[in-house]
Design a protein. Structure first.
Length: 105
């Protein structure tokens, strides 16, 4: 299966700052993931920090924030993992919150 990059609008929960860009969907990821720089640019509030395990078994400390995400007119507020990542990623919980899935065909 190839990579899926839908157009996504995302920002802080009061829609004060919103960006639109193509974002990688990773069905092996759990949360919507953003870099600290992008989270800061959007004005996301880090509510707490937790230890998390990545797919490659690395342990990281990541911030958790609430973000607004919209794909194809479907919008939801989703828990967002904030850590050092090269590009935003949409995980399974975000797809489920939006009532979306990846068609493997």
């Amino acid at each position: 299966m190839g990579h899926v990059y839908p157009n996504v609008k995302f920002g802080n929960v009061i829609a004060e700052k919103v960006v639109e860009r193509k974002v990688l969907v990773d069905t092996g990821a759990t949360y919507f993931c953003l870099s600290p720089q992008l989270a800061n640019e959007l004005g996301l509030l880090i509510e707490e920090e937790k230890e998390s395990t990545l797919a490659d078994k690395r342990q990281i400390t990541a911030g958790f924030a609430l973000a607004s995400v919209e794909i194809n007119g479907r919008e939801s507020r989703v828990e967002t993992l904030v850590f050092d990542i090269s590009e935003p990623v949409i995980g399974a919980f975000t797809l489920e919150a939006l009532g979306l899935g990846v068609d493997p065909y």
